[in-house]
Design a protein around this ligand. Structure first.
Ligand code: COA
Length: 199
């Protein structure tokens, strides 16, 4: 039987606020997996969500199965993103005002492989272009050692997908984030490398 189509919506402004709890729930569920291994909680999430609640130009792409939010993806002008994200760009002399930052893409497992990840990129790039004055779209990804004990045998990095979408890895741009790892039960520093594309 064919799976029902998912509905994708690009939300802005107050409409985002109604979906922040869903975003937090999805992030906690999806980022438990390798390579994130995020032992998420609402306290961390509430701080994280502030960026998307407070920026007038934030966008949230939501994927719905009926009434249920099953996936979400975010973007915001870099100037409105967290200090951790801005810092490496400032250090390298980039024009912060010309960059759009993509937050996470999270989609529940049963809904993967149907092109939603692709739509998340298309919608966020469209939002970046619509904003005006934007030249670069960027996102960052955590990097774990290849021999990490929790790396699933069938794990496929998303690098190919990102390259195909026109993004290039920039090892000179690294953000340092802290979150509680599933493995050690406490906050530790993670390095996330940025990927960039001209839009
Ligand atoms: C990233 C994610 C949103 C992609 O969603 P999706 O709807 O399954 O992706 P699509 O169906 O649009 O597939 C896009 C491409 O990625 C590939 N792909 C999909 N899932 C993949 C996976 N787990 N590993 C590697 N490649 C994958 C597909 O083959 C496709 O490639 P193609 O364009 O060459 O055919 C989803 O896998 C997810 O939530 N992953 C966990 C969270 C995560 O890692 N997010 C990204 C960083 S924040």
């Amino acid at each position: 039987m064919m799976k029902p189509a998912l509905r994708i919506e690009r939300l802005k402004g107050r409409a985002i606020l109604d979906r922040l709890d869903d975003l937090a729930r999805l992030r906690i569920a999806v980022f438990r997996d390798f390579p994130y291994l995020y032992d998420g909680g609402m306290e961390y999430e509430t701080g994280y969500m502030r960026t998307y609640a407070e920026s007038a130009d934030a966008v949230l792409i939501a994927a719905f199965d009926g009434d249920k939010t099953v996936g979400a993806s975010t973007a915001v002008p870099l100037k409105d993103a967290s200090e951790e994200c801005i810092k490496p760009f400032a250090a390298q002399g980039h024009d912060i005002g010309s960059i759009f930052y993509f937050g996470e893409s999270v989609l529940l497992r049963p809904y993967r492989g149907r092109g939603v990840g692709l739509r998340f990129f298309e919608e966020r790039e469209a939002a970046a272009k619509a904003h005006g004055g934007i030249e670069i779209a960027t996102f960052c990804a955590v990097e774990r050692p290849d021999d990490h004990p929790l790396r699933p045998k069938d794990y496929m990095p998303l690098d190919r997908f990102w390259e195909k979408r026109g993004y290039a890895r920039h090892p000179e741009l690294v953000a340092k984030f802290h979150w509680r790892d599933l493995t050690d039960g406490m906050d530790s520093e993670k390095s996330l490398v940025f990927w960039l594309k001209r839009v």
